[in-house]
Unconditional design. Structure first.
Length: 459
């Protein structure tokens, strides 16, 4: 998806942002998504740097945008016909000030260093917001799992882990899933890690329940996003009951966002994939969601097949999901999937709340529109932090060699989302922008990392 940067505004504060972004772009050419993610954070942090000149003197901003380590490697694998393929693998170990690197692995043909740096950079602040001791990192590969057999996916995952294993560890770097990496891929990678190291380490999260996984981890990002949106609606004395909701995507995050909205009394009327979207005016209830889970997670089919099973729904090719009239929008597919025009359309149709399940799904222009129009807008680093938070809970359970009940994990998750919401609200207020969750999340996430970096000296 196309990235759009907003121009920094004029004025002395903005001169700082402008110069910072020029230097960053010169040093990291062509990495559009990374530039976009950094610009949003730097703009939010200007008042913090004014209040804390010690951060400026210690060049915390310049240090925080430079990954501590970036690894790229060759991933050769053989398909079922015996043909050899060569992919490029990556792990960006961005910041370990508050804990071991932690963040997803993405397998998608669009993967490149700029996308993984944007994800790793956002992860620093998101992980800090969870209150758990996790640094920021991200990785992946330009491999496309779509249309591949299980045997091909296994051979690829084994080859990927044959290099990655030497860079990760339970106290070093603990990857998880992301786009194209679900339970199947985590399983194949964990098997290969164990074979190479002869250790049953807590080195990946999103593991199967029988071998170290946590209850509620598959549901956590989607549930967490809806818990966050519910907190936002509550600030206006409202809730999900009776609300029409648009969800984009039909993968892990989207699926469980739909489930939780329905449980809270809302009606989800859309889901999508990279080919198109469905509109179901009757709502995607539990029975229809079960069909979707089987279609996407087992049959690995396309969303248009939904209308063959439920003919009252409609299928549309393309990206028009945000033109549907809804009260709440939960973008849960991918970066930059919601443009400025989409934001205008949502607002015109009466949408009051947008909580990002995906990472950076709204363009910079869309974010600006939501903030200016005082929509309840939650940036992904706050509203999708439930996934990594529950990964942190999986690590805790592994460390004490015990499994918590579903209720216990869900209670922790819910409390963490409430606490992130509170952090955002308080920081936005403290810095004179009440209701601005972007600013609140960036400042809340930054403070803990920045002070930890100060404590640990120039490393
Ligand atoms: P999945 O691979 O399970 O699902 C991704 C969904 O997004 C699919 O429906 C996919 O459609 C769609 N999609 C992917 N790329 C595009 C594209 N270029 N255009 C339109 N649709 C697209 O991934 P997840 O659900 O895990 O991740 C979704 C988002 O949530 C990502 O931004 C991810 O970084 C973020 N996230 C995920 C977390 C997790 O725990 N899994 C945690 C925090 C954030 P198709 O099947 O056609 O490719």
């Amino acid at each position: 998806m196309q990235a759009t940067l907003t121009k920094p505004k004029s004025g002395s504060k903005d001169a700082f942002v402008s110069k910072f972004m020029q230097d960053l772009a010169a040093k990291n050419p062509g990495e559009k998504e990374f530039h976009q993610a950094v610009q949003e954070v730097v703009e939010s942090l200007v008042p913090v740097l004014e209040r804390h000149p010690e951060f400026k003197k210690a060049k915390i901003m310049e240090r925080i945008v430079e990954p501590e380590r970036t690894i790229t490697f060759r991933v050769p694998w053989t398909d079922d016909k015996g043909e050899i393929h060569i992919q490029r693998g990556y792990r960006v170990e961005f910041n370990s000030a508050i804990g071991p690197y932690k963040g997803g692995l993405r397998f998608h043909p669009s993967v490149n260093l700029g996308i993984l740096k944007f994800l790793g950079f956002e992860q620093i602040f998101k992980n800090s917001l969870t209150t758990l001791p996790m640094g920021g990192g991200n990785g992946g590969c330009d491999f496309d799992p779509k249309g591949k057999s299980d045997a091909e996916v296994m051979r690829f995952c084994q080859s990927f882990m044959s290099e990655l294993f030497r860079h990760i560890g339970p106290n070093t770097d603990v990857p998880a899933g992301d786009i194209g990496v679900g339970g199947r891929e985590i399983g194949f990678m964990f098997g290969q890690y164990k074979k190479l190291t002869n250790r049953f380490d807590s080195v990946l999260t999103g593991k199967g329940l029988n071998w170290g996984g946590s209850l509620v981890r598959p549901e956590a990002t989607g549930y967490g996003c809806v818990y966050f949106a519910a907190e936002q609606l509550a600030t206006r004395g409202d809730g999900f009951k009776g609300k029409r909701v648009a969800v984009s995507g039909s993968g892990n995050v989207a699926q469980y966002a739909v489930e939780k909205v329905t449980q809270l009394g809302g009606k989800v009327v859309t889901m999508s994939d990279s080919n198109g979207y469905i509109v179901d005016e009757d709502g995607i209830n539990a029975e229809k969601l079960a069909f979707m889970l089987d279609l996407k997670n087992v049959k690995r089919g396309r969303i248009k097949e939904y209308v063959s099973k439920f003919p009252k729904a409609q299928y549309h090719e393309g990206t028009g999901v945000w033109s549907v009239k809804v009260d709440v929008a939960l973008p849960c597919a991918t970066q930059n999937e919601l443009s400025g025009k989409d934001a205008e359309a949502l607002i015109k149709n009466g949408c009051v709340c947008v909580a990002e399940g995906a990472n950076m799904p709204s363009t910079a222009e869309a974010v600006e529109i939501f903030i200016n129009k005082k929509i309840l807008f939650a940036p992904g680093k706050a509203s999708n932090a439930g996934g990594v938070a529950t990964s942190g809970l999986e690590m805790s359970q592994n460390a004490i060699r015990m499994n918590w009940s579903r209720e216990e994990v869900d209670r922790h998750l819910h409390n963490i989302m409430k606490s992130i919401h509170k952090t955002c609200v308080e920081n936005a207020k403290e810095y004179g922008q009440p209701g601005n969750y972007v600013m609140g999340a960036n400042i809340g996430g930054f403070m803990k990392v920045a002070t930890s970096m100060m404590d640990q000296g120039l490393v």
